[in-house]
Ligand binder design. Structure first.
Ligand SMILES: NC(=O)c1ccc[n+]([C@@H]2O[C@H](COP(=O)([O-])OP(=O)(O)OC[C@H]3O[C@@H](n4cnc5c(N)ncnc54)[C@H](O)[C@@H]3O)[C@@H](O)[C@H]2O)c1
Length: 252
């Protein structure tokens, strides 16, 4: 049975793409989910299986994960719940639709994907790894991001609770809490902060870097390296953790 199998959600770009690449480098068969079908180099075609799937839609998740297992030929052992969205809104003008959308992708999507993978692992008596990409916004405080922060805090609570529930099945559940990862999502944040403050993008970038003890933003490859470690044998006794990956900004 092929046990080096992983599903990465939101694999088309940003951290998800780096995570998919890291697992491919480590000889995994990788199922990459995204709303858009990612384009990959021919070198990966044999072990990379792309599906388009909106993780917030229950029927789509059920159908896609079943098809992924069929394509791989075995239950998927590792799930990286990476897909996420983030947009800012002051509470006075925030809408229910915006709140619901952030939760639908960031929290409900994690629930739906995890439920499918765990069901299959437990049915087949197989160990597994669930790795959830949360955020330091889920445990710290940033203005105008209340919906995003709440949805990412939900992921941390979900992670801790499931870690206790699934320990006896030898399924570990951990979260990664990135800080400022240089992806499309983070570049949008910098642009918004520049527009809100009237400062240049360069000034905002300098200011944001200066509050990071390690004086640099994180890269998608940093998130990928930690996800790969959490899937490895070396991490078999780590479960229920929410690990900051932020250059030392948040210390709790
Ligand atoms: N970039 C950062 O600074 C930062 C910081 C903390 C946490 N994060 C988290 O890291 C994860 C990856 O973000 P990123 O920075 O690579 O952002 P990104 O915008 O570059 O990528 C997000 C990915 O999620 C996918 N996605 C969005 N909605 C989806 C849906 N409904 N169904 C399936 N896929 C969907 C997108 O297609 C994309 O592949 C997210 O969960 C994000 O919240 C990012």
């Amino acid at each position: 049975m092929n046990d080096k199998t992983v599903i990465v959600t939101g694999a088309s770009h940003g951290s998800g793409r780096a995570i998919a690449e890291a697992f491919l480098e480590a000889s995994y068969t990788v199922v990459g989910l995204s709303r858009r079908r990612p384009e990959w180099g021919a070198e990966y075609s044999a072990r990379f299986i792309p599906f388009s799937c909106d993780v917030s839609v229950e029927a789509e998740v059920e159908r896609t994960f079943a098809a992924a297992e069929e394509a791989v030929g075995a239950p998927i052992r590792v799930l990286v719940n990476n897909a996420g969205i983030s947009s800012a809104s002051p509470i006075q003008t925030d809408t229910l639709a915006h709140w619901n959308q952030e939760f639908a992708v960031n929290a409900t999507g994690v629930f739906l994907c995890t439920r499918h993978v765990v069901r299959r692992l437990v049915e087949c008596g197989l160990p597994g790894r669930i790795i959830n990409i949360s955020s330091i916004a889920g445990r710290s405080a940033f203005p105008n991001l209340s919906a995003y922060s709440a949805s990412k805090a939900a992921v941390i609570g979900f992670t801790r609770s499931l870690a206790v529930e699934l320990g006896r099945h030898d399924i570990t559940v951990n979260a990664i809490c990135p800080g400022s990862v240089e992806t499309e999502m983070f570049r949008d944040v910098l642009k918004r902060l520049a527009a809100e403050s009237g400062k240049t993008l360069e000034t905002i970038t300098r200011e944001q870097t200066s509050v990071i003890p390690l004086c640099r933003f994180q890269q998608p490859e940093d998130v990928a390296a930690l996800a790969l470690f959490l899937a490895s044998d070396g991490a078999r006794n780590i479960s229920g953790e929410a690990i900051n990956l932020d250059g030392g900004v948040v210390r709790c």
